[in-house]
Structure formats: C-alpha cells, structure tokens
Design a protein around this ligand. Structure first.
Ligand SMILES: [Zn+2]
Ligand SMILES: [Zn+2]
Length: 373
C-alpha cells in the first residue's frame, strides 16, 4: 500500500507554517479520534495517518528530509521502520481528552483506578555496645515516620466532606503522553496518582492525609548480631497509599568495639601478655570471657605467638546454631628495664642456655607463622 503524501493528509500546502500544520492536525485528530468514532476502523486509520503526518511535518528537521527524499528518506534515516518522534506535544494539542494508550497498542486496559501502593521502607540506625550485640536486647526506639492523620483518617478532607474526582486525569491517577508511537504513562501531577482531589483540606494535616510522627517501638535485637546486621520489623515503615500495605522498618546495627575482644564472625580473639618466666616455666592465668574469667593453664615452654582455643566461649550464632570459640593469643614480653638483681640473674641464665644463632630452617619459620594466623 503506497503512502499518501503528508501534506495531502493534513490538507495543507507545501509552504504551510507551523501554526497551519498544527491547526490542521488538531482538526483532523478531533474529528477522527476513535473515542469519537467507536467501532470505525476507517476513522482510526485516518487518525493514525494524520498523527504520523503531523509528527513529521511539525519537526523542522524531519520535514526537510521529507521534502527532499519523501517517505523513503525518513525510513532510511530511522534505520528502517517508521519512527517519527516529535510527538511530545500531542498531549498539549489535544489536552488529556483522549486515551492515547489504546491507539498505538500501548495501553489496552482503558481506564485504570489508581493502584494501591505499598508504603516505603524506613531505615533506622541503632548503635549497640559489644555486649548488647552478643547477648541481644529489647531496644526501645523512636522512629520518625508518617502516620495516617487521626482527624481525616488519611483522606485529607475535613470530616464531613469527601474528595472529588481529579479533573486532570479524570480519576485515572495517571496521564498518557505520546512519544513517537509509544505511549508513556505518568503519574498525574494534580492528584499525585490518587485520582482524587481534596477540595476542603483537613485542618490538621492540611490535606496531606498524613502526619509526621515519632513512632515508639520495642524492637527485639537477637543475640549474636554483628556490626552491619539489619533487623527487619515488618509493617512498621511508611503507610501505604490508596489502601496499600505499609512498608517495613529496617534497623541497621552499628556495634561499638570492645576494649580487648576482637570479634571475627562468631569467634572472639584476645591477646594476653606473659613475662619470660611465665612463658618458660608455665603458669596459670585468668582469661576474660563473656561470662567472667576462665582459668587457663599455660604449659612450660610456651612460645610468643602461640594461641589457645577455648571452645564455645565465643559468640552464639543469631540462628541459635552453636557458638564460636575464644582464641587467646600469647604475647611474651621481654623486659626492657632490669634491676641490678634481675640483670645478674639473666647473666647467670645466659651462661647456661645454649647459644644457637644460625638462621632457622624455613620450615620452622613457616610453622611459627601458622601459629600467628
Ligand atoms: Zn487530616
Ligand atoms: Zn489526577
């Protein structure tokens, strides 16, 4: 089927100005719009034809191309297929009187009521002490968030008066824009998508339907949480719109450091110093744990960097499956200031100790390194 000349379609001359083209198209569009010609495929065909012609002739660049090369020039420029563009102001010309979505295969559903929308999730940052994270707690928090206004029950209208259908979108909650041959739905700016407008705003919330409040909540923080853990509290986020469910509250945990416990997942690490005599002769020391001190036997000849594992003295897993361990890292302290008496004793010791300053075999070094990890 050969295409009709665009000027012919719009019924304007080749010298027609922008306003002439716009006026001609408006007349045709209103005449042949399918909403006005239900069940008439001929009218719809004419409407599409006019829209296509207008999209080209209203665009100076496309019009120039068309003037020089005709339909084929536009097709090759668009890389095959018709892609007119320049439809942004179609809505401006015709207003919101027609549902463009049905015409170019974009919508199809026709009128849609504004949809129920889930409320936004809310983030709340909570700082915990090391012990609180390990043992859990019931935290009292105050979360700033929106709540439905008590006076108007979220409608935004003064009690006794109801909202009315939005004139811009006629209750659809969205407006359709035509871009090229794609229809784009946008939330209606007049009613923010609710499809209704408030004529007599509620005196308490000034028509918003919501109020900023400080919601007091008790949140159960389970034992074993760690820095960066998120605790989800269902349905305590922002309220939904149009009867939609509320969002969720996410409590983001920040855990303070402990003065000597270093936590790695469920395990705890701490460093205990020993003096040379304790390390050489062995001893018993008190090691701090989460539940008070624990007596630990250090065997004689304990090296610097050795570690001892206390099973199940770490942190309980959040899901309750088991507990981590506590690793005690030994740091042998060499005395730096000796009394005269101590110096004499070390001197005597030196006479009796073997002296071997040859470099250690590498394998031995690797073994010591393993201890340090
Ligand atoms: Zn209100
Ligand atoms: Zn609206």
């Amino acid at each position: 089927m050969s295409k009709r000349d665009y000027y012919e379609v719009l019924g304007v001359g080749r010298e027609a100005g922008e306003q002439d083209i716009k006026g001609a198209y408006r007349k045709l569009a209103l005449k042949f719009h399918p909403d006005r010609n239900p069940g008439d495929p001929g009218a719809e065909e004419k409407f599409k034809e006019a829209s296509e012609a207008y999209s080209v002739l209203s665009d100076p660049q496309k019009r120039a191309t068309y003037d020089r090369f005709g339909h084929s020039g536009l097709q090759s420029a668009a890389g095959g297929g018709f892609n007119p563009g320049g439809f942004q102001d179609l809505g401006d010309i015709l207003g919101d009187f027609f549902d463009f979505g049905n015409l170019f295969g974009g919508g199809g559903g026709g009128r849609r009521r504004s949809r129920a929308q889930r409320g936004d999730d809310v983030r709340f940052d909570l700082e915990l002490s090391f012990e609180e994270a390990v043992f859990g707690l019931g935290a009292e928090i105050q979360v700033p968030r929106l709540e439905a206004c008590g006076r108007c029950r979220g409608t935004g209208s003064e009690p006794g008066s109801g909202p009315t259908t939005c004139p811009t979108c006629r209750g659809r909650g969205e407006v359709l824009y035509q871009q090229s041959f794609l229809s784009v739905r946008r939330t209606c700016g007049t009613c923010s998508g609710s499809g209704q407008v408030v004529n007599n705003p509620c005196s308490q919330c000034r028509g918003h339907g919501y109020q900023q409040t400080q919601r007091r909540l008790k949140v159960n923080i389970p034992a074993g949480v760690d820095d960066g853990t998120r605790v989800r509290v269902g349905s305590e986020g922002q309220p939904g719109a149009n009867g939609g469910p509320p969002g969720d509250l996410y409590v983001f945990l920040k855990v303070k450091e402990h003065p000597f416990f270093d936590r790695r997942e469920q395990d705890l690490h701490c460093t205990i110093p020993l003096n040379v005599a304790q390390a050489a002769l062995g001893c018993e020391i008190d090691v701090p744990t989460l539940e008070g001190s624990h007596r630990l036997k250090i065997p004689e000849g304990t090296q610097n960097g050795s570690q001892f594992r206390l099973r199940n003295k770490g942190v309980a897993a959040v899901n309750g499956s088991g507990r981590g361990d506590l690793y005690v890292h030994i740091q042998v302290k060499i005395p730096t200031r000796l009394t005269r008496e101590q110096r004499k004793l070390f001197d005597q010791l030196r006479e009796t100790l073997p002296t071997d300053n040859a470099p250690s075999e590498k394998s031995l070094f690797e073994k010591v390194k393993d201890y340090l990890v």
